[in-house]
Design a protein around this ligand. Structure first.
Ligand SMILES: [Zn+2]
Length: 141
């Protein structure tokens, strides 16, 4: 029996994010009062406490802040996926998020490397925003 992948479950605050990911868009929140971007989603601005936060589409471009190559699977599902890369990505909008680096040569992954978002459809409900090295020529079926 194959293991099922642990997946996020959308809640009211995150539903727009997951709906957009399913449509191939990466959203982050932006405060209408002070212009600060934020991620993860919250019902208020972390800079000025305004509740006027809205969703905007991010460029999908960013830089690897730090990363690790996992050789030990985090769970049963990932057992046949090792080695795989997990990275903290600084989006050009100034927010940081965690994702896998996919469709890329693991040896080419470096702190400071430019990345771009790709979308990994996992189920009908959940599509995960992931990243690949910008300009990466590797493709994944
Ligand atoms: Zn604000």
């Amino acid at each position: 029996m194959s293991a099922t992948r642990p997946l996020p479950q959308a809640i009211d605050e995150t539903k727009p994010y997951w709906d957009a990911a399913r449509a191939g868009k990466l959203l982050v929140q932006k405060c209408s009062s002070c212009g600060t971007y934020q991620f993860y989603p919250r019902s208020y601005c972390i800079a000025c406490m305004s509740d006027k936060v809205s969703w905007v589409e991010a460029s999908g471009k960013g830089m690897i802040y730090t990363f690790t190559i996992n050789h030990r699977p985090a769970n049963e599902y990932m057992k046949d996926k090792v080695p795989y890369a997990v990275a903290a990505i600084d989006l050009d909008e100034g927010v940081r998020l965690l994702a896998n680096i996919v469709e890329s040569d693991l040896k080419a992954i470096k702190c400071g490397a430019r990345v771009q978002v790709v979308f990994e459809k996992v189920t009908d409900e959940i599509t995960l925003p992931q990243f690949k090295l910008a300009g990466s020529a590797l493709s994944q079926s």
